[in-house]
Write a new protein. Structure first.
Length: 449
């Protein structure tokens, strides 16, 4: 076992050490070799060493260098080295972290990490939390708590009696809400299309003056960080209106919630703590391995009521059982990497990471504008939208940048305009990486006229 694990660790280390020098996108040759994996299952065993050899030699070259410093296609942060190491150790522990009594170490780490997060985001003390796979399940968990609380106030026990015959819940969203929010609403039985859409402004912010009159059980879902522009909804006005009507306010802050942890961007999150629940990812700006996210809920009892599970064979505990707040009973110890990242970075390190990536995003915008290209958004966070003449040209430039390999950016259509989207969220991205990527972008775009 030792030889196998040491050999595998060395392969992983070599992969990460070389990731900054390779093309961000895998080559066509490397991708074509994946076809060799499509074979019948062998009758007899294969040595563990050979299994790892195949994984490394066939699959490693065919991966996108998302862990590297120049992947800007989505809001994906390459994992901090300490979180990779913590992940390896937690994997060796192999703790099914649903209950405190059998897994006290990982359960305690989650509780400590939760306390740190509430403090870091300046949220109300005593929040309940679900450490989950990412923002989709974080939105789901928080909105499940909202559904429970709103219907309880209306005299309905949704966990016991379901939604058939329940008082209807109105869901209000901004016109540019993220699709994962709608997926979560669908999973909750509230409907992806059965929502009230509120118009947004030129940066994608919900217009508080356009929110209709609110009455009865209502959820208002707002954004901290528009997926295209990085813009923030006006939380103080929306929360005031919603709470006057007895509505629940949920913040989808998949990456934008981290703005609250950095003094230079904290103003963007003004009023955010007045909401009732929040969702964010850790594999975005905290830079931990996939998959990792959290739902935070002001009313911890509502979250527990929506998620708790009991059975005669499950031990009870006076300490927090993680599975009482999450959709899963069987679950990996996601809080280990979160704890490791926060302990390693500290408050100043988290702030510096957010501030540096935002500064780098502004540099992308400045460089592209100076070269004569149109930046479509106000760069308030880590998102940049740039158009290269017309839609056809922009799409061609995006494709050529992806193929060229210096960096990788994705395309989008925002408010009717085709654009290239640059998302900066990795600890590994240096200012030199930004300049190297800018040179490639401008060179390729200039070739297209």
């Amino acid at each position: 076992m030792r030889e196998l694990l040491e050999n595998t660790a060395q392969r992983a280390i070599s992969y990460l050490e070389g990731i900054g020098d390779r093309s961000v996108a895998p080559s066509a040759i490397a991708v074509a070799k994946l076809a060799t994996l499509d074979e019948p299952l062998n009758e007899g065993p294969t040595s563990d060493e050979q299994v790892i050899k195949v994984l490394d030699e066939i699959c490693s070259p065919a991966t996108m260098a998302m862990a590297g410093p120049r992947f800007f296609g989505f809001v994906i942060g390459g994992s901090l080295p300490v979180t990779v190491a913590a992940n390896w150790l937690a994997c060796a522990w192999d703790q099914n972290s649903g209950l405190y009594t059998p897994t006290p170490a990982t359960s305690r780490l989650e509780q400590v990490a939760l306390n740190w997060l509430v403090d870091l985001f300046k949220l109300p003390a005593g929040c309940g939390a679900a450490f989950v796979t990412g923002a989709t399940m974080a939105n789901f968990s928080a909105l499940a708590a909202a559904r429970q609380a709103l219907l309880r106030r209306a005299g309905w026990n949704v966990e016991a009696d379901g939604l058939f015959g329940a008082p209807p819940i109105t869901v209000v969203v901004g016109d540019e809400a993220h699709p994962t929010l709608f997926k979560s609403l669908g999973l909750l039985g509230l409907g992806r299309n059965r929502v009230v859409r509120v118009p947004v402004d030129s940066q994608g912010r919900m217009r508080a003056d356009s929110i209709p009159s609110l009455a009865g059980p209502t959820m208002v879902c707002v954004q901290a960080g528009n997926v295209n522009t990085g813009a923030f909804d006006p939380f103080p006005e929306i929360c005031a209106r919603a709470h006057d009507a007895g509505a629940w306010v949920h913040v989808d802050g998949a990456f934008g919630l981290w703005a609250a942890a950095a003094p230079p961007t904290a103003h963007l999150a003004t009023g955010l703590a007045e909401a009732d629940s929040w969702a964010t990812d850790f594999h975005k700006w905290l830079n931990v391995p996939y998959d990792s996210g959290v739902a935070l809920v002001r009313d911890a009892d509502a979250l527990q009521a929506a998620m708790a599970i009991t059975a005669d064979y499950l031990p009870t505990s006076a300490f927090r059982n993680p599975s009482d707040f999450t959709p899963e009973l069987s679950r990996r110890a996601r809080g280990v990497e979160v704890w490791a990242a926060l302990r390693s970075l500290g408050r100043q390190g988290v702030s510096e990471l957010v501030e540096r990536n935002c500064r780098q995003a502004r540099r992308f915008a400045e460089g592209l504008e100076t070269a004569g290209f149109k930046v479509l958004n106000d760069v308030v966070l880590n998102q940049v939208l740039v158009a290269f003449r017309d839609a056809e040209t922009t799409n061609r430039v995006v494709s050529e940048i992806q193929r060229e390999g210096t960096c990788w950016c994705g395309g989008t259509v925002w408010q009717g305009q085709t654009a290239m989207r640059i998302s900066v969220s990795s600890w590994a991205t240096t200012d030199a990486d930004v300049e190297r990527s800018l040179e490639a972008m401008i060179r390729i775009a200039a070739r297209r006229g």
